[in-house]
Design a protein around this ligand. Structure first.
Ligand code: FAD
Length: 440
């Protein structure tokens, strides 16, 4: 039996590695159009900001590693151009030689990921305008900075990539203005939490322009819808991604309401023996009716593993996500899990909210303010979602909340949690306990 995987980053390599662990005699081939494989895209902003010394640290594996450890053949620089589902064949172009050949499969995994979504702005194709998705993008940005020594940059978008780039460009002494089309920053936070974060950033002298769009990019300037013009030696477009589904669509793979590939809990598409995983699929949300598109590395690894398991007869099934995410911005950490307030209301929950501002540990141990917004359903008493902006210990608290929400905890259970306490880590009643006390 032969497995062909298209795409060799998080999802594709996870699927292939799990399939190999389950089945020794499977022929496994991965085609990847780019040169880098199985890399940490999440570390790329920190390579640009020189916190990660070498990009090799983010791309530690090569095809030889996969051959030796898993007996998997990865062909980089090979674009899958087409799929013949009836004959179970793919046509592949070797991008180095332009040779086109066909290969056959019994099972196919589509792990084609996502691509940057760029707004149609004049000048967006200029050589000092960048997006960040791959190590190749990061190398280009780094080479540009090293060579051109830009003094001023404009970043478009206040999602986590925009903010991570803000921090990392500022670490290189580049003056940055961040432009956001919406009337609030950062899509994962409700307005009240976004405003709280924005106030902290303004205190740090960060220039954020909301309700502002870029209308044109020139060599050293960016024109805005407001009529203003900003100086910009470089521009970063952090305007989101969309699922890479073109190839899947050509063989009739069904897309869901989000525009990403629809899969069942085995990661199988509507076509039998054709699986999909990672950033090209949509997932079910444990607290919402409709599927969601949340392209994250955490989910890509998990869904890849499930695809590899299921296609080799394993019993691993996907349970769904609750949309947990986290990022760092200077000394701040921003995290969220579950539904936000707007989503909870849209889903018809009887929403009750609490804001809990407490130190993450005692003042004598350097405790600083942590702001937790919790969203619960008054009728069932269940916790639905949490957003946190703080400095230290946000990661621990958000994961406690994510676990509670996953297992359907009610608010009154929060206070009773037997959480670890010592002054270097938390307060006697942890901020998690307080959230339960306020909401109860
Ligand atoms: P991709 O990484 O998109 O890989 C798909 C691969 O398929 C690509 O290499 C592509 O070349 C290949 N391909 C596509 N079509 C073809 C074809 N026809 N033939 C051959 N090859 C093809 N996630 C988190 O959870 N936490 C984070 O902190 C985080 N930070 C991030 C920071 C940055 C800057 C970026 C860019 C992403 C970050 N992510 C984060 C998201 C995470 O990196 C992605 O969710 C993850 O890489 C998705 O993996 P994937 O394998 O599904 O898709």
């Amino acid at each position: 039996m032969k497995l062909i995987v298209i795409g060799a980053v998080a999802a594709g390599t996870s699927a292939a590695a799990k399939a190999r662990r389950n089945q020794d005699d499977l022929d496994i081939v991965i085609y990847e159009k780019d040169q880098d494989i199985s890399y940490s895209g999440c570390g790329l902003p920190y390579f640009i900001g020189e916190e990660v010394e070498s990009i090799d640290q983010l791309t530690p594996r090569n095809p030889a590693f996969f051959k030796k450890k898993y007996n998997i053949d990865i062909h980089t620089g090979h674009l899958v151009m087409g799929i013949n589902y009836q004959e179970k064949k793919v046509s592949v172009k070797n991008l180095a030689t332009d040779e086109v050949f066909t290969d056959t499969f019994d099972k196919l995994v589509i792990a084609t990921g996502a691509k940057t979504s760029l707004p149609p702005i004049e000048g967006v194709d200029l050589s000092h305008v960048f997006s960040l998705r791959t190590p190749a993008n990061a190398r280009r940005i780094k080479a540009f900075i090293d060579h051109e020594q830009p003094k001023e940059a404009v970043i478009v978008g206040t999602g986590f990539i925009g903010f991570e780039m803000l921090e990392n460009l500022m670490a290189l002494d580049i003056k940055v203005t961040i432009v956001e089309m919406m009337d609030k920053i950062t899509p994962n936070l409700d307005r009240d939490m976004a405003d709280y974060l924005e106030a902290l950033l303004i205190k740090k002298k960060i220039t954020i322009m909301k309700e502002t769009t870029v209308t044109k990019v020139d060599n050293h300037q960016v024109a805005l819808n407001t009529g203003e013009v900003l100086n910009a030696d470089m521009v970063i477009m952090a305007t989101g991604v969309k699922p890479n589904v073109d190839l899947a669509q050509t063989i009739g793979v069904e897309l869901g309401t989000t525009g990403a590939i629809k899969v069942d809990n085995k990661m199988e598409t509507n076509l039998s023996d054709v699986y999909a995983c990672g950033d090209c699929i949509e997932t079910n949300h444990l607290l919402a009716q409709d599927a969601v598109y949340r392209p994250l590395g955490s989910t890509a690894n998990k869904t890849g593993r499930i695809a590899g398991d299921a296609l080799t007869g394993g019993s691993l099934r996907f349970k769904g996500i609750i949309g947990t995410s986290i990022y760092k911005l200077f000394d701040l950490t921003i995290a969220n899990t579950g539904l936000n307030e707007r989503e909870a209301r849209r889903e018809g929950y009887d929403v009750v909210i609490s804001h809990n501002i407490k130190p993450d540990k005692p003042a004598y141990f350097g405790g600083t303010e942590m702001c937790i917004k919790s969203i619960a359903d008054q009728t069932s008493g269940k916790l639905l979602g949490v957003q946190i902006v703080g400095r230290e210990g946000v990661d621990k608290r958000i994961d406690i909340f994510a676990t509670l929400i996953t297992y359907g905890a009610t608010v009154d259970e929060l206070f009773h949690l037997d959480l670890a306490y010592a002054p270097p880590f938390s307060t006697t009643k942890d901020p998690v306990h307080y959230s339960g006390m306020i909401l109860d």
